[in-house]
Design a protein around this ligand. Structure first.
Ligand SMILES: [Zn+2]
Length: 78
């Protein structure tokens, strides 16, 4: 069974690991220690992780051509 795992949605790392705790599974990033949602089945955990990853990347791509104003907390007006 081939499992396609998207990169980490937080740090884009491919150093991913499956954690199996008790009855559920989750995907763990080895680089930033982020964890995906805990799911009862490994496939679900992967599915949720991939969804989060795609959503994160989509969000980044949208930022370039975004029509909505972005709120930036770090910029100060002088
Ligand atoms: Zn990460």
């Amino acid at each position: 069974m081939a499992i396609a795992l998207e990169p980490c949605p937080f740090c884009h790392s491919n150093h991913l690991h499956f954690a199996h705790s008790g009855l559920d599974y989750c995907v763990v990033c080895q680089s930033c220690k982020s964890k995906g949602p805990h799911q009862g089945e490994l496939e679900s955990a992967i599915g949720q992780w991939n969804q989060a990853s795609r959503a994160a990347f989509m969000h980044e791509e949208n930022q370039e051509g975004a029509s909505q104003p972005q709120t930036r907390y770090c910029s100060a007006r002088g």
